[in-house]
Design a protein around this ligand. Structure first.
Ligand code: NDP
Length: 282
C-alpha cells in the first residue's frame, strides 16, 4: 500500500484564500490587519523564513511591517521596538523571528510582546493558556500540524499519538493540542529508550527532530498517519525527518517535505493575525 499524500501546500492555499476574504471584510469595517516582523542578525534560514512570511501576508492582503537589526543588537533595542508596536493600535500581530543572535535572552524578549499580539504563540503566557485549556494564541507549526491531520477527516479522539521531539516551539505545544483533541499522547526525545518500539505503536506519528530521514519504516505502524515537521538540507535538497520513500509504503497518510507542514505554519501565522485583528473590533 502506498500512502496518500497530505498536501500542505494545497491546504495552505485554501486557508489563505479564505483569509483573504476575511481581510477584505475587516477592511470594510475599518480594520486593516497588520503583522510586524522583527528580524535580528543575518541567519540565512531566518531571512528566507521572514521573506516568505512577509510575501504570504501581502498576498493575503495583510499589511506587513519589518524591523531589521544587526547581529550586535541589544535586548533593550528589540524590546523598545516591541513596546512601540504594543502601543500601536494599527498593529495586530508581532513576530520576533527566532533564533535571536547569541547572548540574547529569547524568553525575556518574547515576554514583552503583549498577549493580544503574540501571534506566534511563543510567550510564556500563550503557552500557559494552551496548557490550561484557555483561550490564547497557539504556536503556528503545531496548529498547522493539527489542521493537516484534521483535513484528512480521520478521527483524533482516542488515537495513540507519538511525537518525537520535545522543543518549546513544536513538541510541547503539540502535546497540549493533541491532548485537547483527546488523543493519548506519548512524547519521545533523545533520552527515550526503545524509541522505535514506542513510535511503531502510534496511530499518529509526528517527527520534529531535525535529523534527516531519522524515521524509518521500522518505526511506523502499518496504516499510521505520519506528519513530518523536520526541515533538513542534504546535498542542497530539503528533506524531512522521515524517510519518505520507505515510510510511504507503510503509512496510510503522510506529509511530504517540502510541501507539508512548512506552508501550513505560515498559513496559521496569518490566521492568528486575522484573529487578532478581529479581536480588536471587540
Ligand atoms: P529542536 O532542536 O529544538 O528539538 C529537537 C528535538 O528532537 C529535541 O526534543 C531532541 O531531544 C529530539 N531529538 C534529537 N535527536 C534525537 C534522537 N536521536 N532521538 C530522539 N529524539 C531526538 O528542534 P525544533 O523542534 O525547533 O525543530 C525540529 C525540526 O523541525 C527541525 O528540523 C526544524 O527545522 C523543523 N521545524 C520546521 C518548522 C516548519 O514550519 N516546518 C517549524 C519549526 C521547526 P532532547 O530534547 O532530548 O534534546
Amino acid at each position: 500500500m502506498s500512502a496518500k499524500i497530505i498536501d500542505g501546500k494545497a491546504l495552505s492555499i485554501q486557508v489563505k484564500q479564505n483569509l483573504k476574504a476575511e481581510v477584505e471584510k475587516l477592511k470594510e469595517q475599518g480594520v486593516k490587519p497588520c503583522l510586524a516582523v522583527i528580524l535580528a542578525g543575518a541567519d540565512p534560514a531566518s531571512q528566507v523564513y521572514v521573506k516568505n512570511k512577509i510575501r504570504s501576508a501581502e498576498e493575503t492582503g495583510i499589511i506587513s511591517l519589518s524591523f531589521y537589526f544587526d547581529n550586535d543588537v541589544t535586548e533593550e533595542e528589540i524590546i523598545t521596538t516591541i513596546k512601540k508596536l504594543n502601543d500601536d493600535k494599527t498593529v495586530h500581530g508581532i513576530l520576533v523571528q527566532l533564533p535571536l543572535p547569541k547572548g540574547l535572552d529569547e524568553t525575556r524578549v518574547l515576554k514583552e510582546i503583549s498577549d493580544e499580539k503574540d501571534v506566534d504563540g511563543f510567550s510564556a503566557y500563550s503557552v500557559g493558556q494552551l496548557l490550561l485549556g484557555r483561550e490564547g494564541f497557539v504556536s503556528c507549526t503545531p496548529l498547522g500540524v493539527l489542521e493537516l491531520i484534521k483535513s484528512t477527516g480521520e478521527t483524533i479522539s482516542g488515537k495513540d499519538a507519538v511525537i518525537i521531539g520535545r522543543s518549546n516551539i513544536v513538541g510541547k505545544p503539540l502535546l497540549a493540542l493533541l491532548l485537547r483533541e483527546n488523543a493519548t499522547v506519548t512524547i519521545c526525545h533523545s533520552k527515550t529508550q526503545n524509541l522505535a518500539e514506542k513510535a511503531s505503536r502510534a496511530d499518529i506519528l509526528i517527527a520534529a527532530i531535525g535529523k534527516a530521514n531519522f524515521v524509518g519504516a521500522d518505526m511506523v505502524k502499518e496504516g499510521a498517519i505520519v506528519i513530518d515537521v523536520g526541515i533538513n538540507r542534504v546535498d542542497g535538497k530539503l528533506v524531512g525527518d522521515v524517510d519518505f520513500e520507505a515510510v510511504k509504503e507503510k503509512a496510510k497518510l503522510i506529509t511530504p517535505v517540502p510541501g507539508g507542514v512548512g506552508p501550513m505554519t505560515i498559513a496559521m501565522l496569518l490566521n492568528n493575525t486575522v484573529i487578532s485583528a478581529k479581536n480588536s473590533l471587540k
